[in-house]
Ligand binder design. Structure first.
Ligand code: MG
Length: 402
């Protein structure tokens, strides 16, 4: 565990380090992905006159249908439970912000980080993890359902905005970042359709680009912080409970010491705590990564992919962030009130799946005509927003569960 004094010194260490110019502020590190050296798109296209490959990927993602739907998809709380809770869209924007801030200091490619961050949750079902688990159960005998793989499927196949190809035809580096986890069986499957493509690293056990590694960490930093905020706002967890978590307690005490008046302003105290926690996690990633990069001596993007994970928390921050994650799991994600809606959300997905398999004409025509009916049903349900799934369920079963 990180000693308190050590944690307190982190901010100072970070500022000293940055002002001493140890880090390549702003200029592209040799380990950053260069859009001019991209491994390209699956379907060759002429270069855009005013944007590089990664900027163009980001723009395609922002203009996609799946991206717009993120605004009505759940993170932890169901979309209708309140207007102030995070949705998949606001979560993705927060991941992009954290990712870009870190990328800028480390000299990584900000456009690529932004593209990956904005696309990383496109494959999520309605109702968050409850929806994914239910859909996976429906698909057990038919190849399963996994949201990372589905995000790739959305950008490779399901988006329908271009005349000459399915999907968004994104660059290899963006697609590599979108596929953050993949089982061996799924990787073998991908490798067959795209030899040496985005499935290969899961078989060869190498790392993705540093930009992709960064998005994974930014994702974890973002949801740990915003789930505290949403959890407290919902009343499901309290600040008193959170004080049992070392990472939170440390910054909460620090905030009250610097601003004693916050003792009477719990919401502001909470924000100041979260802000301090976020900043130190960002500094920790920057310092730990800089040290690791120096140590392994990788000279280019390909060497970095072979060098093991380089974007990382220090061991201490990893342990403390893990403790917070465990707390949120036990007290928020597994809260009886969340579990109750989880159960109903799963029932909705199961029942929708059964109805569409029996009566495929009830789906939108694009999905009803596929040659693998169950996969089409899974694609159709996965694309739904929370509220569309609720309406469809009510229309098809005559019952309103949530
Ligand atoms: Mg995420």
């Amino acid at each position: 565990m990180l000693l308190s004094a050590e944690a307190a010194a982190l901010t100072e260490r970070a500022s000293a380090h940055f002002s001493m110019g140890h880090l390549s502020m702003g200029h592209l590190s040799a380990l950053a992905c260069d859009p001019a050296k991209t491994r390209g798109r699956r379907f060759a296209e002429p270069l855009a006159p005013t944007r590089n490959a990664f900027q163009r990927d980001r723009d395609r993602i922002v203009h996609s249908t799946a991206f717009r739907r993120l605004v009505y998809k759940t993170q932890v709380f169901l979309n209708h439970e309140g207007d102030l809770f995070r949705t998949r869209l606001t979560h993705s924007l927060e991941v992009a912000q954290l990712g870009r801030s870190i990328a800028r200091v480390l000299g990584l490619n900000e456009d690529l980080v932004e593209a990956i961050a904005l696309a990383h949750d496109l494959g999520h079902t309605p109702f968050g993890h409850a929806g994914q688990d239910a859909l996976n159960a429906c698909m057990t005998e038919h190849g399963g359902f996994e949201h990372n793989l589905q995000s790739l499927r959305v950008v490779d196949k399901l988006e329908e905005g271009y005349p000459d190809f399915d999907g968004l035809n994104l660059s290899f580096e963006t697609r590599e970042g979108v596929l953050k986890h993949c089982s061996k069986a799924n990787a073998e499957h991908l490798e067959k359709s795209e030899p040496g493509g985005v499935g290969r690293r899961f078989l060869a056990r190498t790392q993705p680009s540093l930009e992709a590694q960064l998005c994974n960490l930014a994702d974890a930093i973002a949801y740990n912080a915003h789930d505290i905020d949403d959890g407290v706002r919902s009343g499901l967890i309290t600040v008193a409970q959170l004080l049992e978590v070392e990472l939170f307690a440390h910054y909460h005490q620090q905030a009250l010491r610097s601003h004693p008046a916050l003792a009477n302003k719990p919401r502001r105290a909470l924000y100041e705590t979260i802000r301090r926690m976020l900043s130190d996690q960002v500094y920790d990633v920057i310092l730990t990564t800089s040290e690791r990069v120096k140590k392994v001596g990788a000279c280019n993007v390909d060497e970095a992919r072979l060098a093991g994970p380089l974007l990382a928390f220090s061991d201490d921050m990893k342990a403390r962030s893990g403790e917070l994650k465990k707390f949120l799991f036990a007290h928020l994600y597994r809260h009886p009130q969340v579990m109750e809606t989880t159960g109903l959300a799963q029932q909705i997905v199961h029942e929708l799946f059964e109805v569409y398999v029996r009566q495929s004409a009830e789906m939108s025509a694009d999905f009803a005509t596929g040659d693998d009916l169950r996969r089409s049903v899974a694609d159709y349900i996965a694309g739904m927003t929370d509220r569309f799934a609720l309406r469809e369920h009510e229309r098809l079963t005559g019952r309103r569960l949530l």
